[in-house]
Design a protein around this ligand. Structure first.
Ligand SMILES: Cc1ncc(COP(=O)(O)O)c(C=O)c1O
Length: 429
């Protein structure tokens, strides 16, 4: 059991043992991790808060005016009525159209109609409900979003194993995944693929995607059922020559009955609409019977959990998908802002003078980049940067930090990295 859960349970044992007795195993195992949200809260008062998974500029949130404005265009029915568990049908069709436009190698009959979820976390949890039994193996990248542990490790009691995605020089590699898949002995695994990656901001190239997909195919051909969970939270935020379709598409096109491609995506990051809570789950299935069964079971899972999503949010996303002209321009302007910040970040972190202080992990997309800091403890650096330089970053573990350039103005980025460098030098002394 996680030490934080143990601690909570010990408090109950002293204060209210009956309450502890009443709890399910899940209740006993649950805790609130000291992860990014805690570190973000500690960085709230800093001048340069590079901890959060949203995008901001000096005016506050970066959003699309068209999305902000849309409540003036919705009828009472579109705001107040219940949405069905699977989400507004019109929204599902519009998202399907978007998925196909973004993924030209995909045909409509190869996939299910997207089911609307209460954003990606809900979708990931539903996938756990449907496919993860206690003890099942879930393979996560070593550089990963912490919440997968809570969803699959704590909630679903999976056996979490990690595969490296960077070599010792910080360069992206598919070798760790390929070797991990070759060594699989189980007859079923759940493989999490998240690109652009949180926390490192890496997306594979066309060749790297080919290698990954071939390795999954080879594993499936050995008789292993491979549930591939593609978390596309940051889809579309690509700044270099990478594979710009979803890896879900490449996996679906393999057409291997032992591979189940599942895609989680949504408005959260793609539409700069974090609080709307609109996500989608789509399956790479082509036979109609399987499609209908999966949809029925998903609807049952949603009905028995949060019942249905929020109609105003569904209607809002539907509205901008139906009126894309100005909306697409709004979104592109935000992506351009992030891309400009990405280029400045890149210039800063690869400067020769800093290479004795840190090693950048390869990055080319998304909201973030990560550094391995040399000779000092990452958590000590995090606190030092808040106290001395009013800069908030995330300590990922003992050696790595994550910097969200999504929340730092382009002109402030040099200052932030100069001070991170100075902070490391202070502590190296
Ligand atoms: C990789 C990844 N997946 C999923 C999510 C959660 O997305 P949502 O807010 O849509 O639940 C995040 C949020 O930070 C993320 O970084």
């Amino acid at each position: 059991m996680n030490p934080l859960a143990l601690n909570l349970n010990e408090q109950l044992m002293e204060q209210n043992p009956n309450l502890l007795d009443m709890m399910s195993d899940l209740g006993k195992n649950m805790y609130y991790p000291k992860g990014i949200l805690t570190q973000s809260a500690e960085a709230k008062a800093t001048d340069y808060n590079a901890t959060i998974g949203m995008a901001t500029d000096r005016n506050g949130m970066m959003y699309a005016d068209t999305l902000y404005d849309m409540f003036n265009h919705l009828s009472p029915e579109e705001v107040f009525a219940y949405a069905p568990p699977q989400g507004l049908e019109a929204l599902r069709d519009l998202w399907l159209k978007k998925v196909l436009a973004d993924n030209p190698d995909l045909q409509a009959d190869q996939i299910t109609r997207p089911i609307v979820t209460n954003a990606l976390t809900h979708g990931l949890s539903l996938v756990g409900d449907m496919f993860v039994n206690p003890g099942d193996t879930v393979l996560l990248p070593a550089h990963t979003w912490g919440n997968y542990n809570l969803v699959y490790g704590v909630r679903h009691q999976a056996d979490i194993q990690k595969y490296p995605i960077f070599d010792e020089n910080g360069h992206y590699t598919t070798q760790g995944l390929v070797e991990t898949l070759q060594a699989v002995k189980q007859d079923k695994i759940i493989l999490i693929l998240n690109y652009p990656n949180n926390p490192t901001g890496y997306t594979p190239t066309v060749d790297e995607v080919r290698t990954i997909v071939d390795a999954v195919d080879e594993l499936a051909n050995r008789g292993v059922n491979v549930v591939t969970v593609v978390d596309d939270a940051y889809f579309g935020l690509f700044y270099e020559d990478v594979y710009t379709q979803s890896i879900f598409t490449a996996l679906t096109n393999v057409n291997n009955p032992r591979i189940l491609p599942i895609r989680l995506d949504g408005a959260t990051k793609e539409f700069f609409a974090w609080g709307f809570r609109v996500g989608f789950v789509t399956f790479g299935l082509s036979d109609n019977a399987s499609k209908a069964v999966v949809e029925a079971k998903m609807k049952g899972l949603i009905r028995s959990n949060n019942s249905n999503g929020s109609t105003p949010s569904h209607s809002a996303v539907r509205y901008v998908l139906e009126n894309p002209e100005q909306f697409n321009k709004d979104i592109q302007a935000n992506i351009d802002t992030l891309e400009a910040r990405y280029h400045v970040t890149k210039e800063m972190v690869y400067k020769d003078e800093y290479q004795t202080l840190w090693q950048p992990y390869d990055f080319n997309s998304g909201y973030f980049m990560a550094l391995r800091v040399k000779g000092i403890d990452a958590e000590t650096l995090r606190k030092h940067l808040i106290d001395q330089y009013s800069i908030g970053i995330v300590a990922l573990n003992d050696t790595d930090i994550r910097i969200a350039f999504s929340c730092i103005e382009k002109d402030d980025i040099p200052h932030v990295f100069e001070k991170i460098a100075q902070g490391i030098q202070d502590l190296q002394k």
